[in-house]
Write a protein that binds this ligand. Structure first.
Ligand SMILES: [Zn+2]
Length: 159
């Protein structure tokens, strides 16, 4: 995102890392934990605490956050259901999130609404065999790499 388009703060409490005279908003990632930073900008020990609090079926609210492959793998592992060996998420909100590297959501089950509105995928977006039981919103998504949705299961219309 260039500085010119980053002049309006998002609607959520955002991280703000990297504010300069040319970028008055800074990092748009939603705050997690207690120190006011997004998941990507927490001090080293804090992502561990965030991840430790996740379990299969957890809700994820990572609006505006930058999520790299390593972080997403950790989230995926933390939410993996031992009985199915696949991740299960509750309500997820990745509005304006940026996935750097491949986003591996294959075989995941989303039991709540899954929002990916205006998300950016810089690598491949892998949603093969994903199950959406709520609404799945992929409005205005920017796919740079391949977007794989082979045999997804949706029980409501995909917007
Ligand atoms: Zn941040």
């Amino acid at each position: 995102m260039n500085a010119a388009s980053n002049i309006t703060a998002p609607s959520w409490d955002h991280c703000g890392q990297g504010v300069t005279a040319a970028d008055l908003v800074g990092c748009r990632g939603i705050r997690v934990g207690s120190d006011g930073r997004c998941l990507a900008h927490l001090p080293d020990s804090d992502p561990v605490a965030y991840l430790a609090a996740l379990a299969p079926g957890s809700d994820l609210d990572l609006r505006g956050a930058t999520i790299d492959e390593t972080l997403l793998s950790s989230i995926r592992a933390a939410c993996t259901d031992r009985s199915t060996t696949n991740p299960r998420f509750g309500r997820t909100d990745f509005t304006e999130s940026t996935f750097t590297g491949d986003a591996r959501f294959y075989s995941a089950t989303f039991t709540g609404d899954a929002k990916f509105e205006s998300a950016t995928f810089t690598g491949d977006a892998k949603f093969e065999s994903a199950t959406f039981t709520g609404d799945a919103e992929f409005h205005a998504v920017d796919f740079t790499g391949r977007a794989e949705f082979d045999s997804p299961t949706s029980r409501s219309p995909v917007a």
